[in-house]
Design a protein around this ligand. Structure first.
Ligand SMILES: NC(=[NH2+])NCCC[C@H](N)C(=O)O
Ligand SMILES: [Mn+2]
Ligand SMILES: [Mn+2]
Length: 324
């Protein structure tokens, strides 16, 4: 089908090494089913394609982690957060898993799970890249939502709407088991964060984005400039010398392409626009990690296969699949 990419990665060890972490976790929101996404994506052939078509050497424990041993007996809401102990424990463990791959210079692919897991993946990448290369990472957050609520600004209390606030230090952390493991030092600078695809941003989140001057490309910007120009501007903001973590929420795509997701919002990206974003990030040669989250195969019986196919396509594009 395709041959291995000709782009040589700038911040990874030689040899097309790919670390894969499959995270069957849904505690960052209230709808069951998003935990089944890794199995569905793998059964659809994603990992085989990455190996056989794109030429990656896979490092995968062949497990879908559900972290059941970490689940607390009781996990009452705290500061308005739902399941805080579970999300904190799972993301702490996940941070270590991602770190272990990234410190060996592997590209890390994490299959979620809901978007709260990015607390763990970005923390893991950030630490490994800092230790290995002495660099800060940039994050490209492709999403209908900004996921930058603090526990105090969130209406829902769902932690999948808060990961960016925890990673950037906007949400205050407490004891170890309440995200204190993240430490005082932010894992991500607000200056190195770029959003693409926003169209459902809460009032408190808009205030945060404005006050901190966060670089964000909404669907309005994509309509105005086109996805080509938006990607030039987004990557221009990051610069050519920064490792990139791509966190892709499948709900960035329009429900026409990805209906099986917990918080769909109309007026989103076409599948081609999503793939194009992923292709452009691949072309930078700076990609060090990718998350694919919020695929929920149990919603929309009809649309589940479409959503899974779309998810597989996004990952393949970010990892170097080309049209010709
Ligand atoms: N990762 C997601 N799908 N997040 C949706 C968040 C929705 C809403 N802003 C909230 O905080 O609850
Ligand atoms: Mn979203
Ligand atoms: Mn999200």
């Amino acid at each position: 089908m395709t041959s291995p990419s000709t782009i040589s990665p700038k911040f990874l060890s030689a040899g097309n090494e790919l670390g894969v972490v499959a995270v069957g976790f849904s505690g960052g929101q209230c709808k069951p089913g998003v935990d089944a996404a890794p199995t569905a994506l793998i059964q659809a052939g994603l990992l085989t394609q990455l190996k056989e078509d794109l030429g990656y050497t896979l490092h995968h424990d062949d497990k879908v982690h559900n972290y059941s041993s970490l689940m607390p007996h009781s996990d009452p809401s705290y500061r308005n957060m739902k399941n805080p102990l579970a999300v904190s424990a799972v993301t702490q463990q996940l941070a270590t898993q991602v770190y272990e791959h990234a410190k060996h210079g592997r590209l890390v692919l994490t299959l979620g799970g809901d978007h709260s897991i990015a607390i763990g993946t970005v923390a893991g990448t950030s630490r490994a890249i800092k230790e290995r290369l002495g660099r800060e990472i940039a994050v490209i957050w492709v999403d209908a939502h900004a996921d930058i609520n603090t526990p105090e600004t969130s209406d829902s209390g769902n932690i999948h709407g808060m990961p960016v606030a925890f990673l950037t230090g906007l949400a205050k952390v407490e004891k170890n088991e309440m995200f204190g493991w993240l430490g005082e030092e932010p894992k991500l600078s607000l200056k190195k964060l770029v959003y693409i695809g926003l169209r459902d941003v809460d009032k408190g989140e808009k205030k945060i984005l404005r006050e901190h001057g966060v670089r964000a490309f909404s669907m309005h910007d994509i309509d105005r400039y086109g996805i080509g120009r938006v990607m030039e501007m987004a990557l221009g903001h990051i610069g050519t010398d920064t490792p990139i973590h791509l966190s892709f929420d499948v709900d960035a795509l329009d429900p026409q392409w990805a209906p099986s997701t917990g918080t769909p919002v109309r007026g989103g990206l076409t599948l081609r626009e999503g793939d194009y974003i992923a292709e452009c990030v691949h072309e930078t040669g700076s990609l060090v990690a990718m998350d694919l989250v919020e695929v929920n195969p149990s919603l929309e019986a009809m649309g589940a296969q479409e959503t899974i196919r779309a998810g597989c396509s996004l990952v393949r594009c970010a990892l170097g699949d080309t049209l010709l």
